[in-house]
Design a protein around this ligand. Sequence first.
Ligand SMILES: NC(=O)c1ccc[n+]([C@@H]2O[C@H](COP(=O)([O-])OP(=O)(O)OC[C@H]3O[C@@H](n4cnc5c(N)ncnc54)[C@H](O)[C@@H]3O)[C@@H](O)[C@H]2O)c1
Length: 473
Amino acid sequence: MKRRDFLKSCSLAAAGSALLSPTSSAAGLFAFPSSPDDAPLKGLDLKIRSLEAETTRPVTVIVIGCGNRGNVYARYAKMFPKAMKVVGVSDILDHRKNRLGDAHDVAPEMRFGHFREVFASGKKLADVVVISTPDDRHYEPCMKALDLGYDVLLEKPVAQTEKECKAIRDKALKTGRIVGVCHVLRYSPYFLALRAAVRSGMIGDVVSIQHMEPIQYAHMAHSYVRGNWRNSKETTPIILAKSCHDLDILRWIIDKPCKSISADGYLSFFKAENAPEGAPAYCTDGCPHADRCPYNCIDIYCRQKVHLGVFDLNGNRDSAFILSRLKDPRYSSYARCVFHCDNDQPDHYVANMVFEDHVTASFTMDAFAPKGGRRTRIMGTLGYIEGDMKEFRVWDFLTRTPKVWNEKVAEIPEYAGSGHGGGDLRLLRDFLEAVSAQDVSRLSSNIDVSIESHVMGFAAERSRRSGRKEKVK
Ligand SMILES: NC(=O)c1ccc[n+]([C@@H]2O[C@H](COP(=O)([O-])OP(=O)(O)OC[C@H]3O[C@@H](n4cnc5c(N)ncnc54)[C@H](O)[C@@H]3O)[C@@H](O)[C@H]2O)c1
């Protein structure tokens, strides 16, 4: 898009939003309108169990990487101290290490800086390490932890290359240790029910799936233009960094190996040639387009107050304080103009997959959406399913009566605040039970299965770059 077009389209968008009624955005997700008379979906036998893990004693954990995800997982120990205890922390940033260390009364000698310090003694200091460092710092600590006999909860993406992913898989199988990969969607009640509906045979055999991942526009700007995952070489390509969950879910629901994949994806918008005239390098330098730019960092962080976790605010959400953070060199990368960043991740991506028995799936990821959340349509020989991560409806072609699954997971007290539709903490529950019983089957997927969907992601990226359909091996 040319610079003049961007300015014009911003003005039109502002005018257009004034015309929309408050309810109009809710319409149109489902091909068939819902009705309060929709019958509930029964017969899946999926009771939503307590999140408290059944363990013989608290599983001891060292959290490596005390940022956003490290804190998400550590929170479980506060909720269920009989099941998990944080006994060690590691972060190169002292304030993050000590904030989490203080919250869990971690002894001074168990507070480490760089992850290498955790392993320096050559001894195993806990049952488990949680690896929630940036993507380029998963491989080394994971391999070291497995050598020392730890079970590992490993954030996705597993590693930056296919070779490293497979090396982690081989090491885990050789050492017999458990590696739980944080494919958290698998653990959310919604996706568990969706898969159970498919597996029950109620829509016959799956023939094809359409799956869509809209990324909310400010989330895109925050994470994949300005933030930690903006550069595919420093982290991983967006099809893995963002969408390895989706490839994993498709593989899991179809339950057959993926044979080939072809993909396209482009960075069309967030690049210098689209910068409006006179836009400074930082929004905080007085951009003349601030009022018309939806990506203006002052609006996103100081007014909407979203995505604030990166600013180490310690509870102070005052707009003036957030603005001071945006001007602080430690955090000012989040103040950069979205057209003047060192980003290379595509802002739209499509992938077509062929699974065994000619089952097909099409996936789209788009950065220009008002809200996130996955949408899925599953076409079977006897019926059809459509869902939006909160509820799904099943149509039986014979009865022609829709049935709805819409458990209000967020209203269950234990699940409130558990991200990814409850998947974050349910993953922990299953992982801790697997470790306590030394039984990997308690996990939805072992490392070898998790690697399969990563291999699909690497193949998609090869296809996107080469323009050729790639075999998945
Ligand atoms: N499962 C999911 O849905 C999900 C969601 C978001 C992020 N992630 C993944 O989780 C990982 C962490 O993401 P995040 O959002 O928590 O990032 P973050 O930046 O908030 O946290 C990472 C932390 O690691 C620390 N760190 C960096 N190098 C280190 C080192 N050598 N030793 C010890 N600590 C070090 C950083 O200082 C930081 O505090 C990433 O790989 C990301 O892709 C997964």
